[in-house]
Ligand binder design. Structure first.
Ligand code: PHB
Length: 371
């Protein structure tokens, strides 16, 4: 690839969708949906509208079912009200000429009976407690430790696949351009993939082939709704957030990537580094190479990227696109600031999760700062 200062600003064909640039907005949990009901609001629409200059917005993790919820205030995509709320968001982004995918989410064990239908125990591949992991359940109770989950029964697997299938259909009705399946960061599908959290002895656990079975069934069900060109998957091979561990991430995720390639999905987004915890210091090059060798379509890199590192790694062929998280929180016009080499606003991590407009839709863009 030719070294080109402006490579980040060149259009890119992702599946059958032309992106205006290569600067993507990563999925970011902001915990500001309307309660009760987990419904996206006008304020959420304004937040995404402000960031529509991204090549693609991957909207925040969104539970596909009541069982898939793990934190207070996160949005869902399983009720008509939620579909209508998301429609406001997608309309706002499209009015600005942007593109937006929804991230489909089931938290698995990272939840609490208070957040679950009928006060049920959260579900997981195996009844293994994620040591030290916490979730936020309400303003009164705050952060609480995650307890030992209930192992899903074999007969429940089709129901999990159906939850994602329904979420995919609802996302389509809400006007999204596509969907990303959340298989990262210690949530349900990652719990199935990684050896530390999946000790099942049936066809959904044990061997690598078995651990990949449920995620691949989910991907196939979502492709049925969207077509492979509008589907991506997010993984975090070396992430330790939510007490995750895999004995051999290079083989595990290289094999997953090979299977995803056979299904012809548009992209894999890889959390190469996470501020929430990583077993690897620096980018895990062997895992990245294994994924890229097995997956022939688009690779999206994520995790602590700066403008310069993004340009450099695209130029070196180490990634096709880069998604930015925290920088997009504090810089709604991030692509424009990169283009002009303008200074960046700093983020305030005390307003990442929950709250109101402050730290959400009040970060200034450049024109507001210079007038
Ligand atoms: C979080 O709420 O902390 C969170 C949610 C989804 C992620 C990662 C972190 O993928």
């Amino acid at each position: 690839m030719v070294q080109n200062d402006d490579i980040l600003f060149e259009p890119f064909l992702l599946g059958d969708l032309t992106l205006r640039n290569r600067i993507l907005m990563a999925p970011l949990t902001r915990s500001r949906s309307q309660q009760p009901g987990d419904v996206p609001t006008e304020m959420n629409a304004e937040y995404y509208r402000q960031r529509a200059g991204a090549g693609l917005i991957i909207a925040e993790a969104t539970q596909v079912s009541p069982q898939g919820k793990g934190y207070a205030f996160t949005p869902g995509i399983h009720s008509e009200e939620q579909v209508a709320g998301w429609r406001r968001v997608t309309d706002a982004v499209h009015e600005e000429g942007g593109s937006i995918f929804l991230q489909l989410w089931h938290v698995g064990r990272i939840s609490h009976p208070e957040l679950q239908p009928n006060g049920n125990k959260p579900v997981a591949p195996s009844a293994i407690k994620p040591e030290g992991a916490k979730t936020y359940i309400s303003a009164d109770s705050g952060m609480v430790e995650i307890q030992t989950p209930r192992a899903l029964e074999l007969k429940e697997m089709p129901g999990i696949v159906e939850q994602f299938h329904q979420g995919a259909e609802n996302a389509k009705r809400a006007g999204f351009d596509g969907v990303e399946i959340h298989a990262a960061n210690g949530y349900l599908l990652d719990q199935f993939i990684k050896s530390g959290s999946n000790h099942r002895e049936d066809e959904y656990g044990g061997s690598l082939e078995n651990r990949l079975r449920l995620p691949l069934e989910v991907v196939a069900a979502v492709i049925d709704v969207w077509g492979a060109q509008r589907v991506g998957v997010r993984v975090s091979p070396t992430g330790s957030f939510n007490a995750m561990e895999d004995a051999d991430p290079t083989t595990t995720f290289g094999t997953f990537a090979k299977n995803l390639d056979a299904l012809k999905i548009a992209f894999i987004e890889v959390v190469e580094d996470s501020f929430q915890g990583n077993h690897f210091s620096g980018r895990p090059e062997a895992v990245i190479e294994a994924i890229q060798e097995s997956f022939t379509r688009t690779y999206i890199a994520n995790g602590g990227y700066t403008f310069n590192e993004a340009r450099q790694r695209i130029a070196e062929g180490k990634t096709d696109l880069v998604s930015f998280g925290r920088l997009f929180i504090s810089n709604p016009d991030l692509p424009e600031r990169f283009r002009l080499r303008a200074p960046l606003n700093e983020w305030d991590d005390s307003t990442f999760y929950g709250g109101d407009e402050h730290g959400y839709i009040d970060y200034p863009n450049l024109s507001e700062q210079s007038t």
